[in-house]
Design a protein around this ligand. Structure first.
Ligand code: ASP
Length: 333
């Protein structure tokens, strides 16, 4: 019988045979070697180095409006509108039917939150998520319902034409992949941004076009509050990137925040959450990248990933810095 796990497993295009020694370190052999000593307020942290312009924008908006919520929304809108992004927004890679579907979420430190998933033709799903939070009694709208809500809110609908580079990649995938969703560590990336102002008020956003060539209807962690994003003014904030299925299984961002509540630094909390994620996904972990970033209300930060290659941007009054995250496994792919 084909189990879901085998189905996904059989879809892998990369071979684990090429990765000698990658699993040498056991999931419970983790040692916390790195404690954040720096603390900044205000502070923005976002996933991946393409977040540099997003963070700069967030900083500008915070200076101008004083609103940490406006700042994290406007920040990630830079990535959503970037025609060069293949993993965030409408210019991203499509699903296996050739359709781009988007997931996004937004959360305030007081618990208010909103999200949209499996939505089409919306240039700024993060703004739509904010409208769900502020203008409806709900937290999450999906698919056609989310699109109709966007239209009702006067948001323009984008034409559904693949970006030429996404089309080229999709056509190549159609020829080579026999219509199987590709589950590996390369075909995805999300921008998640978390920020704290000088008073310790926090907010976060997370937005993505999700896994490339996913099954139509697949939703990742990014729009799921507690998985892709969680913010609590009493403690801190966390957001995630990487294989959404692995992150959902451990309620990843909520877990990171709860670990900080128990006294872990942001760095320790990210490391422990990655350890938990590895334990729950051990069978396929060679091919699954995932990473967390976190801040606490003091303005300390941290970030950690399963595999090397993950980086994040911090932005504070002293400027921006790209940080290569440490990872559980050390073998580069
Ligand atoms: N987490 C996103 C998803 O699974 C994609 C990513 O960040 O790589 O849809």
């Amino acid at each position: 019988m084909t189990t879901r796990r085998n189905f996904l497993r059989n879809s892998l295009l990369s071979s684990t045979a090429l990765l000698p020694g990658i699993l040498k370190k056991g999931a419970d052999q983790l040692s916390y070697g790195f404690k954040t000593t720096e603390a900044y307020k205000p502070l923005f942290v976002s996933t991946w180095n393409y977040g540099i312009n997003a963070n700069t924008r967030a900083w500008e908006v915070l200076q101008k409006t004083g609103s940490i919520l406006d700042a994290v929304e406007e920040g990630v809108k830079v990535s959503e509108a970037d025609p060069a992004s293949r993993t965030v927004g409408i210019y991203g890679y499509p699903d296996r039917e050739g359709i781009v579907t988007l997931d996004a979420s937004i959360m305030k430190g007081d618990g208010d939150c909103g999200s949209v998933c499996f939505v089409r033709q919306v240039k700024h799903p993060v703004t739509l998520a904010r409208k769900v939070m502020e203008k409806t009694p709900h937290v999450m709208l999906a698919g056609e319902g989310a699109r109709q809500f966007a239209i009702a809110e006067g948001m323009p609908m984008e034409e559904e034409v693949l970006h030429p580079e996404s089309r080229k990649a999709y056509e190549k995938w159609l020829k080579e992949a026999e219509y199987r969703p590709v589950i590996n560590i390369e075909n995805h990336d999300t921008i998640g941004m978390i920020g704290v102002d000088q008073n310790g008020t926090m907010a976060g956003t997370c937005t993505t076009s999700g896994l490339a060539y996913k099954m139509h209807g697949r939703v990742g962690d990014s729009p799921i509050i507690g998985a892709g994003l969680y913010v609590d003014n009493e403690v801190g904030a966390a957001t995630a990137t990487g294989m959404g299925e692995t992150i959902i299984k451990i309620c990843g961002s909520f877990l990171v925040v709860e670990l900080m509540r128990q006294g872990r630094s942001p760095q320790e909390a990210c490391e422990e959450a990655i350890s938990r994620l590895i334990k729950k996904n051990e069978e396929n972990i060679e091919d699954m990248q995932a990473g967390f970033i976190a801040i606490n209300k003091e303005g300390e930060y941290g970030g950690y990933a399963v595999h090397p290659g993950f980086n994040f941007i911090i932005h504070h009054a002293g400027g921006s810095k790209n940080i290569d995250a440490k990872s559980h496994f050390n073998t580069s792919r």
